[in-house]
Design a protein around this ligand. Structure first.
Ligand SMILES: NC(=O)c1ccc[n+]([C@@H]2O[C@H](COP(=O)([O-])OP(=O)(O)OC[C@H]3O[C@@H](n4cnc5c(N)ncnc54)[C@H](OP(=O)(O)O)[C@@H]3O)[C@@H](O)[C@H]2O)c1
Length: 237
């Protein structure tokens, strides 16, 4: 049975809320009473999310671009008053390429999408939380951030960097009532993964529901003693 959370009057910013895990998480936060904002890049994804969840607030924002974040965060604060919770789902995967064949652009793309994005959005959201009542921040790393099986050096290095980034940031914010954590999923059961690996046993994969439940817990007062953690969410792997 699902635990029921009450996020009434909480302002939640979900970066990457239009993605696979994002749409499940957006619905859960809305159902828990939160004012739920999702960033998007792609207009099509934003339209789909709005159709599924009429209450979601949408904001176009590329979080790998500092100048966009710099302009957008004050607009959000003016409209919604604050940001209590940040869940950063922005990320991407690149695998199947040996390091000696990896392009510089591949490396940069992984670092930007999985690591620089976390840094930039944190840089501008943390001061809002510090000037308010504190907050909760959750990033999504990966089990690969702890242990790589090879052929994914850029992805693995970027997700490993994210774990250290979470650790460093959480240490800095210990006295500010701001908890920063990340989770380490294995393969999530998404349409994209089913298309990419049609012969896999989907039952072994993580459900978006289960992961979203862990994220809600990390954003709730029930997890207030958890700070700086990289939480294994491996399911049956
Ligand atoms: N899927 C897995 O098996 C798996 C496993 C381990 C970890 N993870 C991690 O879990 C997180 C969510 O995964 P997912 O499968 O739900 O991802 P997804 O479906 O690919 O969604 C990615 C989201 O990021 C947004 N995005 C991409 N580039 C952006 C940018 N520059 N600025 C702002 N937003 C941007 C996309 O927006 P648009 O839709 O507008 O493009 C989309 O909302 C990611 O961090 C991923 O690395 C996933």
């Amino acid at each position: 049975m699902d635990v029921e959370y009450n996020f009434s009057n909480k302002v939640v910013l979900i970066t990457g809320g239009t993605g696979a895990l994002g749409s499940t998480l957006v619905k859960k936060f809305i159902d828990s009473g939160a004012i739920t904002i999702s960033s998007f890049v792609n207009d099509e994804g934003a339209k789909r999310l709005k159709t599924a969840n009429h209450k979601v607030e949408l904001i176009k924002l590329d979080i790998t671009k500092e100048e966009q974040i710099l302009k957008t965060i004050p607009i959000l604060v003016q409209k919604f008053g604050t940001i209590d919770i940040l869940v950063n789902l922005v990320g991407g995967y690149l695998g199947g390429i040996p390091t000696m064949e990896l392009g510089e652009i591949d490396w940069t793309t992984m670092m930007d999408l999985n690591l620089k994005s976390a840094f930039l959005i944190s840089k501008y959201v943390i001061p809002i939380m510090k000037s308010g009542k504190g907050g909760n921040i959750v990033h999504i790393s990966s089990r690969t951030g702890l242990k790589s099986e090879g052929y994914d050096s850029a992805y693995a290095a970027s997700k490993a960097g994210l774990i250290r980034f979470v650790e460093a940031t959480s240490q800095e914010l210990k006295g500010d009532n701001i908890n920063v954590n990340c989770i380490l999923p294995t393969i999530i059961d998404t349409e994209a993964n089913r298309r990419a690996m049609p012969d896999a046993d989907f039952k072994k994969w993580l459900s978006k529901e289960d992961l979203a439940n862990v994220i809600l817990f990390l954003c709730s007062s029930a997890s207030k003693v958890i700070n700086g953690a990289a939480i294994p969410t491996y399911g049956t792997f």
